[in-house]
Design a protein around this ligand. Structure first.
Ligand SMILES: *Cc1c(COP(=O)(O)O)cnc(C)c1O
Length: 386
């Protein structure tokens, strides 16, 4: 098994489980993004919900990316990280009044609005502050992302966004509101999308919608196509960088921007997934009647994706080069769903071995919980453990 080149000796001195971020991988991803958007009217906002580790966030900010936030807490985190309000977009299907007010007070670039009642409340709160809120309508394009149903968001049956059938009505309403200014349209069709077809379908929808707005005499300055680009969870060592080349090319080739329009992206997973691993120690190897279980000191409290979405994370035993054997790799939590992988070939494993759960940089540390009164995991970076 090919394994990550990690400082295992240093890992031995640190209390497990913990997150480890390889900052070279992160920096390479960001450099690749910047290479593809250079000279284009493109702006990338990092979706903070994937990971808000302060070191990671700082590197992303320094690479020049903006922020995509889905809560007041994330807006505050983006501001604290020094990201300019003019680069912050604020989405979310249920923004509370205090969250809208926070966005208004800091003059965030745009509220991505998901319903008519939300639009009316933003207008009301902006009016109370004597401000004009910039808004984009999050439109549900009814495009299938061919991804897991828990992470599909662009179909009519999802709770997100404004359906196409309501668009005429919303366009009329937004016209009559005094304290909101419509500056764009927004989409987000799902996550972990590795086939470019859904993105191409989205471009076709955007092109159609542009005509709708033009016919209504509305000029949109911004088109925001959201995030969702996937990563290779099977082979993180071979594919540490997401398919940015193909991804940005789809939008360059298929989405027709009007002069002066900016195309916005909100990438989360693809930027941070591959730089992170959850590092854990083997507590016990237990022989079942027909299986062997590797019981780790990390469970779904540290990495919930397998339990929540049946997600796969590659598991590497960093301490063993012995022949491979088949194991179920599980956590210590008192729930049957606390399983990372089943019938999994891994180098022969013993108590005390250090394993890496790979591609855990996105929706890993940030989703950790204290269930079973466990401590939240700490995080270390390659810069610190050099
Ligand atoms: C989650 C989310 C993103 C980021 O999605 P990724 O799959 O991590 O790229 C972008 N925009 C919105 C509105 C989101 O909710």
């Amino acid at each position: 098994m090919i394994k990550a080149n990690y400082p295992v000796d240093k890992f031995r001195d640190i209390t497990t489980p913990f997150y480890y971020y390889d900052l070279e991988v992160l920096r390479s991803s960001l450099a690749e993004i910047n290479r593809h958007i250079d000279g284009q009217p493109f702006e990338v906002h990092y979706a903070l919900k994937a990971n808000v580790n302060p070191v990671v966030l700082k590197i992303i900010k320094e690479a020049g990316l903006g922020a995509d936030c889905v809560s007041g807490g994330e807006v505050q985190a983006a501001l604290n990280a020094g990201i300019a309000p003019s680069k912050i977009v604020f989405a979310g299907v249920g923004k509370a009044d205090w969250e809208i007010n926070l966005g208004l007070e800091h003059d965030v670039f745009c509220f991505n609005v998901e319903s008519i009642p939300e639009l009316e409340i933003i207008d009301e709160l902006a009016s109370a502050k004597g401000k004009i809120a910039r808004v984009a309508l999050r439109i549900n394009p009814n495009v299938s992302a061919n991804t897991h149903h828990y992470i599909t968001t662009g179909l009519n049956e999802n709770k997100f966004g404004i359906n196409l059938t309501e668009l005429e009505k919303v366009t009329q309403i937004v016209r009559n509101l005094q304290n909101v200014k419509l500056i764009g349209i927004h989409f987000h069709i799902g996550s972990q999308i590795t086939d470019m077809t859904p993105f191409q379908d989205l471009c076709v929808k955007v092109n159609e919608l542009q005509y709708h707005f033009e016919a209504n005499g509305i000029t949109l300055e911004n088109i925001n196509v959201g995030g969702g680009l996937g990563v290779n969870y099977e082979h993180p060592n071979h594919f540490p960088i997401a398919e940015y080349e193909a991804y940005f090319k789809v939008f360059r080739d298929h989405l027709t921007l009007r002069p002066g329009q900016t195309l916005h992206f909100e990438l989360g997973r693809s930027i941070v997934a591959q730089c992170g691993s959850l590092i854990s120690k083997v507590l016990y190897v237990k022989e079942g009647t027909s299986k062997k279980f590797v019981i780790l000191d990390a469970g779904f409290t540290e990495l919930i994706r397998p339990a929540l979405y049946q997600a796969y994370h590659r598991v590497e035993n960093l301490s063993s080069d012995l022949p491979e054997e088949k194991y179920d790799v599980v956590g210590p939590i008192c729930e049957s769903s606390d399983v990372f992988v089943k019938d999994y070939l891994m180098n022969q494993t013993k108590r005390g071995d250090i394993v890496a759960l790979r591609s855990a940089g996105a929706y890993g540390e940030i989703m950790a919980s204290g269930y079973n009164l466990r401590k939240l995991p700490k995080a270390y970076t390659s810069d610190e453990l050099k």
